[in-house]
Structure formats: C-alpha cells, structure tokens
Design a protein around this ligand. Structure first.
Ligand code: ADP
Ligand code: ADP
Ligand code: MG
Length: 460
C-alpha cells in the first residue's frame, strides 16, 4: 500500500530525520508529541501535530491507545517508530497493522524472535553464526544460574533478555558477586523493560563493537557493510565510524554474509542491525544482538554508501521491492559520527537540560548535523539527552578525523553544557588516530582525562 500520510511515533532528532525523508518522498507527516514537546523542531516541521499526553513517556510516547487514536483522527496510513520507545514492541507493530495501517519496520513476529536476545542467539546459532559462549536460554532458577556461571567461567556478563540502550547489563567477577548481582539485575530489568528475564555470556575482553546494517524487503536482503562503535561509556555508544578501521577485507565479507544469512531466516523487512563483538587479536567475531529498527548511528552508513536508509525503509514498508542488489552497494571513503548530548562531561556526564541561547551549526564539504536544536529552544528534562549528531565524511579516516576536529571547532551550542569537549579531545587523541581501542578503552581514559573535560578547545 503506497503511503500517503505518515505518523511519527517518536521525538527529537530522529523525528526530524523521518520528516525530512517523508517530505522528499511526497508523503505528508503527522507528529505526535507530549505536552513537553509542543515547541519541538519536529512539531514545527511536520504537516500536522497531535498532542498525545503529558511529559512522562509512559503517558505519551509509550501510550499505544493515544498514538493509534491520533493516527485514526488524522487519517494517517502508516506509523514510523524511530528508535527507542515503541520501536521494538512487537505488539504495537501488530496493533498498527490490525488497525489497517502500514508499520514501517519488520513484521511483529520478526521483532519477537530477534528482539528477545535469547531467541535471537538461538536463531543465530541455527543460521551458523557464532555467538558469545553463554547460557542456552534464560537463567531464572538460581541453582541452574550458578551451574551455568561456573561452566562459562568468571568474569560472567549478566544481561537482560529484553535489554537495550546499554541498560540491564552487569559483570560478576566471582560467585559471591554473581549471587549479589542476579536479583538486582532481574529487578532492574523488570522495572525498565517489563521483563525480569536474564541470560549469561562470557565476557569478551578487549573486544571491539562491530555491527552490520541490513536492508530487506521480506524476500531479499542485502548488507550495507559495517560500523564500528567501540568508543562507549556505560555500554552506550559515543563515537561511531564506517567502515571499521581494523576489519580485514576477508573477514568483512564473512561478517556481512553472516548478517544477511541471519536476516533471511526471519524474512527480514526494513532496516535492521546485527551487532557483534570482534576480537582483533584472534580474528573471531560473535553475534550479540539484533536491533530491529533504524539505529542512532545510521548516518555513517549513509555517508559511505550513498543510500538514504530512512527513505529506503519507508519505500519498502509501502510495498516497493528493495532497490539495491548487493553488487550495487559499495563503500566509499570514511565517515564518523559523534553524539552531542546535553550532559556535562566535567560533572560525570550529568544530564543538563536548559535553553539554547546561541547556536552555530558547522558546514562545509562532508559535514552533516542531524539535530533537534534551534536557537531559543528549551531542552526538556524528561527524555534522552541526545541533542544531535555531528557526522563527517572524507576520503579516508585521517582526513575524516581532521574534518571532525574542524567541524567541532565551528559548532557552538550556548546555554547548556554538551559533550562537545569530550569529542574535541578524542579527535586529537593518538590512540583514536591509530584506532587502537576497544569497548572498555574509553572509561579509564575518561578517568585519566577528567580534568581536561570541562573546557572547550578554542586554540589549535
Ligand atoms: P543504537 O544501537 O541505535 O545506538 P541504543 O541501544 O543506543 O541504539 O538505543 C537507542 C535509543 O533507544 C536510546 O535512546 C535507548 O535508550 C533506547 N532503547 C534501546 N533499546 C531499548 C529498550 N529495549 N527499551 C527502551 N529503550 C531502549
Ligand atoms: P544493548 O541491548 O544494551 O545494546 P548489547 O548486548 O548490544 O546490549 O551490549 C551493549 C554493549 O555491552 C556492547 O556494545 C559491549 O560493549 C558490551 N557487551 C555486551 N556483551 C558483552 C560480552 N559478552 N563481553 C563483553 N562486552 C559485552
Ligand atoms: Mg546493542
């Protein structure tokens, strides 16, 4: 069914990103919003806006009844969930389709299999994709959990079956710590994700986070190569690149082929990402999870492949076949994205909402700033602290890093602290230049560099 009017069940920079893609396709947009977002850029850019509830996400952006009512009232014929909120909620996907509308994402059943991290591990093993050694399923029974932990060997990673956004993950170094952390992890997972289910994985030390972008139309699937997101704080991505600087070509082909194979087992439709840990010392990679939605860092893939992923996912949802054959998709140059968050790096990244009193957006060749900001906008305190993503492209990685440093120098967000000073330091760091990092590289680096994080670099 060709989409004529798309409702965006999200907010912030991703809502703006989706509105832009829809407009270029000649599709009208309906932006639902909470009372805290009446002045948002997405509300200003959309054709129509509908208030769906108070600031609390549970009563607005997670309010399925209010969102479906808004869709019916405005005559929307499709829903794009963005990332976070309801994006990986299979029941919502089914409800949208049951209401006769198009869901811009995979079938509810594909979300059910790949969104449950234990089910996804089983699917991966079935498709011949290596997974991190760990429990075969959930470990709800304490005696069973202890036995599995001993078999895996400490340190053991405790993960929530329904987890996401880096939350619900803990590391136990011995049995005593394990027994203490398990009930905590389960309670936290139940509160955060509505499911206290846990599973266990071996800790892969000094691993790199490498993920593969997939596009499928339910019949065919292709990959758009990989991204590396090893620079993380609290298991959340901070700086992302495409391609990975360290993946040998033969392994790239193997990794990407494994992702396509796995996506095909669920007849995957739309954009999705398969995340892996990669041990560059041994050359082994291990599947960790699939995100059945568009990801925050999708622009770096767009910059190196030239494919507009959000536009493509909307076209596929509207019933068009995938426009690309695998051999049409090529990598060109190098792209880097940094997350500009309303957080104070000098105060342990404490969230810092406030009003934007001044804004200078960087420009020039190869520079893109995907943001929700405008001058005078007040960042509400109720949601994720992501304000925008600064993305650069250049012919090779050293040039891209130099361009990132230059673009950061031009970027000015006045009125509240942001993570810009962190990225300025990273863009000048010799280990970053050498791509000599792994997922646990940044946190000790932050401890060592804490005193330098408070001020923006204004000199060369
Ligand atoms: P990406 O892989 O796209 O960087 P993240 O894992 O950082 O995605 O999550 C993107 C956004 O979605 C964040 O705002 C995060 O808090 C949110 N998110 C991801 N998974 C979940 C989940 N299961 N429940 C609630 N929020 C989630
Ligand atoms: P989320 O759903 O919260 O994104 P992931 O399973 O993708 O959770 O893991 C998030 C991050 O946690 C990874 O990018 C990696 O840094 C770390 N991590 C996850 N599993 C392991 C593991 N088995 N060993 C080492 N690090 C891990
Ligand atoms: Mg993940």
């Amino acid at each position: 069914m060709a989409i004529r009017k798309l409702l965006i069940a999200n907010r912030g920079e991703i809502a703006v990103r989706i509105i832009r893609a829809a407009r270029e396709l000649g599709i009208r947009t309906v932006q639902v919003h909470s009372a805290a977002d009446a002045d948002s850029l997405a509300v200003r850019l959309a054709d129509e806006a509908v208030l769906i509830g108070p600031p609390a996400a549970s009563k607005s952006y997670l309010n399925v009844v209010a969102i479906l009512d808004a869709a019916r009232a405005t005559g929307a014929d499709a829903v794009h969930p963005g990332y976070g909120f309801l994006a990986e909620n299979a029941d919502f996907a089914d409800a949208v389709e049951a209401a006769g509308m198009v869901w811009v994402g995979p079938k509810g059943d594909a979300i059910r299999v790949m969104g449950d991290k234990v089910a996804a591990r089983i699917a991966a093993e079935g498709a011949g994709v290596p997974v991190v050694p760990g429990s075969d399923g959930r470990v709800d029974e304490p005696e069973h959990a202890r036995t599995i932990a001993l078999a895996i060997g400490f340190p053991v990673m405790i993960k929530a079956v329904a987890g996401g956004g880096g939350r619900g993950i803990r590391i136990a170094h011995d049995m005593e710590e394990f027994e203490r952390l398990m009930p905590q992890a389960s309670a936290e997972a139940r509160a955060a994700f509505g499911d206290g289910g846990l599973y266990l994985e071996k800790v892969i030390e000094r691993a790199r986070h490498i993920e593969v972008q997939i596009l499928g139309d339910g019949t065919r699937a292709v990959h758009c190569f990989e991204r590396e997101c090893s620079l993380q704080r609290r298991r959340q991505k901070v700086w992302e690149e495409a391609p990975s600087a360290v993946l040998p070509q033969a392994l790239r082909e193997k990794l990407c082929a494994s992702a396509v194979a796995l996506a095909k087992t669920v007849g995957y439709r739309g954009a999705g990402t398969l995340e892996y840990l990669y041990d560059d010392a041994s050359g082994h990679f291990y599947f960790i999870e699939m995100n059945t939605r568009i990801q925050v860092e999708h622009p770096v893939t767009e910059m190196v492949t030239g494919i507009d992923l959000v536009r493509e996912m909307i076209r596929i949802a509207g019933g068009e076949p995938l426009r690309y054959r695998q051999e049409d998709i090529a990598l060109r140059g190098h792209a880097i994205e940094v997350r500009i968050n309303a957080e104070d790096p000098a105060r342990n990244f404490q969230p810092a909402p406030g009003t934007i009193t001044g804004l200078a957006v960087p420009g020039g060749m190869g520079v893109r700033f995907d943001t929700m900001l405008y001058q005078g906008y007040t960042v509400p305190p109720f949601y994720d602290s992501l304000l925008g993503k600064l993305i650069v492209w250049d012919e090779d990685r050293p040039a891209a890093i130099a361009r990132m440093a230059r673009a950061l120098r031009e970027l000015a967000v006045d009125g509240l602290p942001t993570t810009k000073p962190l990225h300025q330091l990273l863009a000048r760091d010799p280990d970053v230049a050498a791509a000599a990092f792994h997922t646990r590289w940044l946190e000790p680096w932050l401890d060592q560099n804490a005193h330098r994080l408070g001020t923006e670099e204004t000199t060369e």
